[in-house]
Design a protein around this ligand. Sequence first.
Ligand SMILES: *[C@@H]1O[C@H](CO)[C@@H](O)[C@H](O)[C@H]1NC(C)=O
Ligand SMILES: *[C@@H]1O[C@H](CO)[C@@H](O)[C@H](O)[C@H]1NC(C)=O
Length: 279
Amino acid sequence: MGTRLMMFISAVVLASWVLSAYGAHYHNHVDRKQWEVARNDEINGGARRNKRATDDEDSSPVSPVGDPSDLPTCLLCVCLIGSVYCEEVDPDMTSVPALPKETNYLYARYNKIKKITAKDFGDIVTLKRIDFTGNLISEIEDGAFAKLTMLEELSLAENALVKLPMLPGKLISFNANHNKLKTKGVKANAFKKLNKLINLYLAHNELEAVPAIPESVRTLHLQNNNISTVTMDTFCKSNNTYYIRTNVNEIRMDGNPIVLAQYPNSFTCLPSLPIGRYQ
Ligand SMILES: *[C@@H]1O[C@H](CO)[C@@H](O)[C@H](O)[C@H]1NC(C)=O
Ligand SMILES: *[C@@H]1O[C@H](CO)[C@@H](O)[C@H](O)[C@H]1NC(C)=O
């Protein structure tokens, strides 16, 4: 947990404490790790606010805050305004923690999670961002993310994946840098239907081919893989010389065996040439 994050959380907790001290109801018992500032509902939405307001009237002091089933996770992690922060959790966190209902953001960086199962996110369809950077994930069950229809950002960077699971359709940013991804494990059309995808990071893997890249992608990182060839259809359309891939802003292919100058017809539709080796 970074010092700055702790300071931010302390400030938010202090501010809410001061504010609530002026209100009719305030929690006079706050479990040290039960930090949840639910009144600021920019993220949580009105339904949650109403529920919370009713709770406050029924019983005061309210402690611990939240659904009892939230407890174990929010003791190990910090739960704050729809976000769950579980970074470098001690004792070691080896699987995905049970998440409070209506979680929007899960930050679970630098733990020892090995596997993600299809049950881990259950019905937490409110998730918008998940960050598993720096774990030991080598296996993800195929349905694990498929139901997360609101998920916009997913980071699986710095893990041990050789293949990718099915990805949900609204992703804007997907990061799988620094894994062990093989071409066999990344289906040619793994990303094809992700028509909102803007950032696709697949650098530092073992890919030998470029998967189909959706039209929406602006930044594509493929550096430090084992790509030795591309075709006219990798980025462009061999049967349409007028086609221009207008959205693309950056393609990195450095650190691959491919000599890009050998494929002059493969980049004609791009606004700028990929970064990489030309001789
Ligand atoms: C890279 O690809 C070539 C085939 O193009 C293969 O022979 C070689 O083993 C691969 N290297 C690694 C490290 O996967
Ligand atoms: C050629 O273009 C048409 C439409 O523009 C497309 O449906 C078709 O799949 C393309 N064929 C190939 C081989 O790419």
